[in-house]
Write a protein that binds this ligand. Structure first.
Ligand code: F6R
Length: 614
């Protein structure tokens, strides 16, 4: 969602801000803006549309200044237009502010400010906040840093903000709660602020992650100072980033999504490397080992996540129940948090999140924590809010995922959850050593099997060409393949805007079968294994009603291939590992369909990469 960039230092701010905004485009947005201070005046520009539109707007205008802020807005309060775009100015024109998040009590604050004569130009909650800060400054005589702190004590909601005062171009103030903000400390007095480290990674690897309810002052003379909104001084803790510039570039591919699909052999390998020792038949999951007792005594696992991460959670449900024999429930984080869930002794909550910033997942964690649960995180972004909010966890090592549609993060999540399930099963003695070693060995072959499946790209592209103009699609799977059906449907709808539904194959006859006719493509994960024969019967049911079958089958399969209109072969593997391999052709299919339909695969309409609002 909204992207934030700020700079203060010894270079011109605009080129850094604009490059930073381009790097944050992946988060999803509909308008953008920048503001720099030069000679105690703002050079401020903003407009609806893409960063390229902003560049066109500023062309030939004064963009000078060594302090500045930039923003990409994903509309919440007010339609995407030039006026609602950030930055927003205070009523006296002295302050300029950018914001990510939602100020929930903005209406009350706005009413009170209007009674005092404040006039608002936009529909945003952000403009209310900057007027509120101005109001505090004028009433109390406090400086910007103090006024921001005081204002935020009154604010209910989520925010990451950066604000500057044109009269004091030596200072930048930023703060956060429930929305991410990271400060980069560069050479020779350069400071960078951003929603994540990607905008400034070529300048510095030294970063400070601001914690919730912290306010930071960056002063050209005195450097960085952090206090809580309750005015407690904090010592900045400097982390060293491992992120590399190549990881956030397209590397010769047409899109990040295609690059990320092709990166999966490596990202899965990186996620299991060092954790799987086949020679000694050992698993090393330090997040599990450190809390062995808790896992040994677990009575129930509750998985909370959203979207694709929730689908990975569904796969994990099968894994934990089959391997570790622990009853497992998978919850949409947004539902879990809004009821009064029962947490009992021995419950473990696993939160899965690629970005580590998803607001609903974070809120579910906080709720489960309050109720005394042990929280284990599976995140991709190192240092993210969720990774820091959990008691323990395991990172997926997928590398930065820039394409909005999650691909490599999903397969890495399933691989890491697989390791967790095996490791817990090993400790609890619920799997025979022989089966455990067989599964470990099979897991280690998965990167090569994924490489093999990627070779089906041309075949998948030709199938995409046949179905690209269809308006609906059904995805079916059973057992471990049911979550893959859901994920395949989600991939298609989010990037190609074709309506698609995923179902457990057996559920078809309880309703969706009514949709089947010669116009309905039905994608079926029909690999050989536990419920193969049953899936074959489901395929027959579709064929009897003239539906078109596109089947993902085990290499060498004859039965399904003869029934299906098209079949895509994947290498044989254990049922429990099929999701990682079978999802690949479905990712490729969605990609090709979307490209053929002229859609922007990396930044689909209305979607944001990191959903930091509820
Ligand atoms: C779909 C997709 C989303 C995310 C969801 C959760 O392709 O990317 O459904 O999976 O928004 O995001 P994270 O995993 O960052 O919590």
């Amino acid at each position: 969602m909204c992207g934030i960039v700020g700079f203060i230092g010894n270079q011109q701010a605009y080129p850094i801000l604009i490059k930073g905004l381009k790097r944050l485009e992946y988060r999803g947005y509909d308008s953008s803006g920048v503001s720099m201070i030069e000679n105690q005046e703002f050079n401020q520009y903003k407009c609806k549309g893409k960063v390229a539109d902003l560049e066109a707007l500023v062309s030939g205008k004064d963009i000078s200044g060594t302090i500045g802020i930039g923003h990409t807005r994903w509309a919440t309060h007010g339609v995407p237009n030039d006026v609602n775009a950030h930055p927003h100015l205070s009523g006296d024109g002295n302050l300029s502010l950018i914001h990510n998040g939602i100020i929930e009590n903005y209406a009350t604050l706005k009413e009170a400010l209007m009674e005092q004569g404040h006039v608002f130009k936009s529909d945003t909650d952000t403009e209310v906040l900057v007027h509120f800060i101005e109001d505090i400054m004028s009433k109390t005589g406090s400086d910007l840093f103090e006024a921001v702190r005081v204002a935020l004590c009154e604010v209910v909601g989520a925010y990451a903000i950066v604000v500057m005062d044109r009269r004091h171009p030596n200072r930048l103030v930023c703060a956060k709660k429930s929305s991410p903000l990271v400060i980069g400390i560069g050479a020779e007095g350069d400071y960078f602020i951003a929603s994540d480290a990607t905008p400034f990674i070529e300048y510095t690897k030294n970063v400070v992650y601001l914690e919730d309810e912290e306010v930071a002052l960056i002063d050209r003379q005195s450097g960085l100072k952090i206090v809580t909104i309750q005015n407690q001084q904090k010592d900045p803790y400097i982390h060293e980033l491992e992120l590399k510039l190549e990881a956030i570039e397209k590397g010769g591919y047409d899109s990040f999504m295609l690059k990320e699909i092709h990166e999966q052999p490596r990202s899965i390998h990186d996620s299991i490397r060092g954790r799987l020792n086949l020679n000694h038949g050992m698993l090393k999951m330090s997040g599990i080992d450190r809390h062995e007792e808790i896992w040994m005594n677990a009575n129930r696992i509750i998985i909370v996540a959203c979207g694709t991460s929730w689908h990975a959670g569904l796969v994990a449900e099968y894994l934990f129940e089959e391997f570790a024999r622990i009853p497992t429930e998978v919850e949409y984080a947004s539902e879990f948090r809004y009821r009064d869930p029962i947490i009992q002794q021995g419950d473990i909550v696993i939160a899965i999140s690629q970005s580590g910033e998803t607001a609903d997942t974070l809120a579910a964690i906080e709720l489960a924590k309050e109720k005394g649960a042990f929280i284990f995180g599976v995140c991709n972004v190192v240092g993210s809010t969720i990774s820091r909010a959990t008691h323990s966890g395991a990172y997926t090592h997928a590398g930065p995922e820039i394409g909005v549609a999650s691909t490599k993060a999903f397969t890495a999540q399933v691989a890491v959850l697989y390791l967790i399930a095996l490791s817990v099963a090993d400790k609890r003695g619920t799997l025979s050593k022989e089966r455990l070693h067989r599964l470990m060995a099979e897991l280690s072959t998965i990167p090569d099997k994924v490489e093999e499946v990627l070779k089906t790209n041309d075949l998948v592209e030709s199938i995409a060409a046949i179905y690209k103009d269809h308006r609906n699609a059904l995805y079916l799977g059973r057992g471990y393949s049911f979550p893959v059906a859901l994920e395949g449907a989600l991939k298609l709808k989010e990037i190609s805007y074709i309506h698609a539904e995923g179902y457990p194959a057996a559920e078809m006859k309880h309703g969706p079968i009514a949709l089947i006719d010669e116009e309905m493509p039905v994608f079926v994960i029909a690999t050989q294994g536990h419920s193969y024969e049953k899936v074959v019967s489901n395929i027959q049911e579709v064929k009897a009603r003239k539906g078109k079958i596109i089947a993902i089958v085990t290499a060498g399969d004859k039965t399904v291939s003869e029934l299906a209109d098209h079949s895509i072969e994947i290498p044989k593997t254990d049922d429990s590992l099929v999701p990682i391999v079978s999802v690949i052709p479905l990712q490729l299919l969605s990609y090709h369909v979307a490209v053929m339909r002229g859609c922007n695969v990396d930044q689909p309409r209305n979607l944001a990469k990191s959903v930091t609002v509820e």
